[in-house]
Design a protein around this ligand. Structure first.
Ligand SMILES: Nc1ncnc2c1ncn2[C@@H]1O[C@H](COP(=O)(O)OP(=O)(O)OP(=O)(O)O)[C@@H](O)[C@H]1O
Length: 299
């Protein structure tokens, strides 16, 4: 379990993280989403004791990160995959980590195998690794101590589609075994399929927090019927508010299950019923962070 309570970070007059609170529960993958500069890395750095907080606090497994004995055995952290020792091989990097954590050497080979860097790739210098290979090594480092919690900042950066698919499976399995996963991304489609719980941040503030299903339901449901009058009556009777679209459908403030229920009850034929946005989380994200979008400045 990760608990973040009213964390803030101020750099001079600039507030990078503003009173941020959220939780990441065991057995689930929590996606921490936000556009560039939203404050994701700063929040994760504060959580892992690398940047002092200006206010607020956070705990991992019930205690502040700095108070965890042998933290790598409890929390796997990947914050900046490019900041690895370029002169050492991947295997050497992990061996040193394993020694520090008091782990057997066999664990290194096991992890290199898990992240697809076994054999010759593990014996190449990290300076010659691609970004995707660095990410894999970073994930191996995070998993090395068999932790219960993973905190990963943009772990999909540099991974190819097969790599992202692999990482998705790895994190899902980790969560299914009871682990807690917090991962950040600025690319929503990467996280849409992995996370069960979403925390959205824009300009340092949390703008939405909930399960994926909850957040998607807040954008409304599009419903269409060949008998528009019957549908209007049905929605009015149920007390559901709605707006007509240009092409004769309605966007209603209810879930698709609720709309299906009342349409069935009132015997209204429905020919289309789906999340109103059509593009999933991406549109919701743009909607929620619209006030914060850098692009608006130039628009
Ligand atoms: N050491 C620092 N000194 C001054 N400002 C900083 C420092 N570190 C971060 N910031 C500022 O804090 C804000 C949040 O940055 P942060 O790196 O946390 O965002 P992010 O959400 O991780 O972005 P990205 O997706 O681009 O990595 C930015 O405006 C950034 O310029």
């Amino acid at each position: 379990m990760i608990i973040v309570e009213q964390l803030s970070k101020r750099y001079g007059a600039h507030v990078s993280v503003d009173n941020v609170s959220f939780r990441a529960e065991p057995g689930s993958v929590t996606g921490f989403l936000g556009p560039n500069g939203a404050g994701k890395s700063t929040t994760m750095r504060m959580m892992t004791g690398l940047t002092p907080a200006s206010a607020g606090h956070s705990t991992i497994l019930g205690v502040p990160y700095a108070e965890l004995p042998n933290p790598g055995r409890h929390v796997g952290v990947l914050l900046d995959a490019s900041a690895q020792h370029n002169g050492r091989t991947g295997r050497e990097v992990l061996r040193l980590d394993a020694m520090t954590m008091g782990l057997p050497r066999g664990r290194v080979d096991e992890m290199l195998e898990t992240v697809g860097l076994s054999g010759a790739e593990g014996d190449r210098r990290v300076g010659n690794y691609s970004l995707g290979m660095r990410q894999r090594l970073g994930i191996a480092h995070a998993l090395l101590g068999d932790p219960q919690v993973l905190i990963l900042d943009e772990p999909a950066n540099g991974l190819d589609p097969a790599g992202i698919h692999w990482m998705r499976g790895l994190l899902r399995t980790f969560a299914e075994r009871g682990g807690t996963v917090l991962l950040s991304s600025h690319l929503l489609h990467e996280i849409e399929l992995i996370a069960d719980h979403l925390v959205l941040i824009g300009r340092g503030k949390i703008v939405a927090d909930g399960t994926k299903a909850e957040l998607l339901s807040t954008v409304g449901t599009l419903v269409r019927s060949p008998d528009r009058n019957a549908l209007t009556r049905c929605l009015d009777t149920a007390g559901i508010t709605y707006q007509a679209t240009d092409d004769g459908a309605y966007v209603v403030d209810a879930t698709s299950e609720q709309v299906a229920g009342i349409a069935t009850r009132d015997r209204v034929v429905v020919t289309e019923l789906r999340n109103a946005d059509g593009a999933g989380l991406e549109d919701m994200f743009l909607q929620l962070t619209a006030d914060d979008a850098r692009e608006q400045v130039s628009a």
